[in-house]
Ligand binder design. Structure first.
Ligand SMILES: [Fe+2]
Length: 260
């Protein structure tokens, strides 16, 4: 990649696939919903340079569910950078999604950017936590990376969403933000988990959350209310050599057969 072209990433998140191909959650056939999201996201677009798959890719943590992820997210033939969510089974996921074109966690150079892919998995519960090891790795990569631009990617939200989701966020968000606040080359922090879009700024760092490839939660709700109208979603990210981030969220129409 060279010149003024941005790095184009497609974020797909919280697909919640089950082992059974027709498996559902809240009345959504999640495998079919992921297929709809991917097809709609790519319609009329040049292929992305990479896909970001930001956790809760599986609902049941089974090898069969990750085989579906491989089939679907591997089809475009571009690198797929994955992290676990609370519903994932990290060891099973790593075993299934660690060889080409899949990358599990780690950090990766992409043109003038470095992606830092974090695990916030902390057992099978709603919330998450960065281990001391993971926090130290983050600090080290942010400090040592040669690239002028960095993007940090994690599953759980590190800032309040001002809804019931704040009971299941990142437990040690303060420790995370203390590390990220020290990095002047950090341009963005991107997460999944919340099944809704978010676009904010903190210390000149862009903060972005992305709708799920299945159902969406109602923003600001005190309980886990599902948006009855929103369809499968995604986010495009354009990362420019000068550190700028252009981004947009998209949705496919919600199939009438999905939902309660
Ligand atoms: Fe999650």
């Amino acid at each position: 990649m060279s010149g003024d072209r941005p790095l184009r990433l497609l974020q797909l998140t919280d697909s919640h696939l089950r082992a059974a191909p027709g498996g559902t959650i809240k009345g959504w056939a999640t495998r079919e919903s992921l297929l709809l999201a991917l097809e709609a996201a790519l319609e009329g677009e040049a292929a992305p340079d990479a896909i970001l798959a930001t956790g809760d890719l599986s609902q049941d943590g089974t090898p069969a569910s990750y085989a579906h992820v491989r089939d679907i997210l591997g089809a475009p033939g571009v690198p797929v950078y994955c992290i676990p969510g609370n519903h994932d089974h990290p060891d099973t996921m790593a075993a299934a999604l660690s060889d080409g074109p899949f990358y599990y966690c780690g950090d990766h150079r992409l043109a003038s950017w470095r992606l830092v892919m974090l695990s916030t998995w902390d057992g099978d519960r709603g919330g998450g936590r960065l281990s001391e090891t993971e926090l130290e790795r983050l600090d080290r990569v942010l400090h040592n990376a040669a690239e002028p631009n960095l993007l940090v990617v994690l599953h759980h939200h590190p800032v309040p969403m001002n809804s019931w989701l704040d009971k299941v966020g990142l437990d040690n968000a303060a420790a995370f933000l203390e590390v990220t606040d020290r990095c002047s080359r950090l341009r963005g922090i991107v997460w999944g988990h919340v099944h809704q879009p978010y676009d904010g700024v903190r210390n000149d760092v862009r903060l972005l959350a992305t709708p799920s490839t299945c159902f969406q939660f109602v923003a600001g709700a005190t309980d886990s209310d599902v948006d009855a109208h929103a369809g499968p979603g995604w986010r495009w990210l354009e990362l420019w050599p000068d550190g700028r981030i252009d981004t947009r969220v998209g949705y496919a129409p919600k199939p009438a057969r999905f939902g309660a």
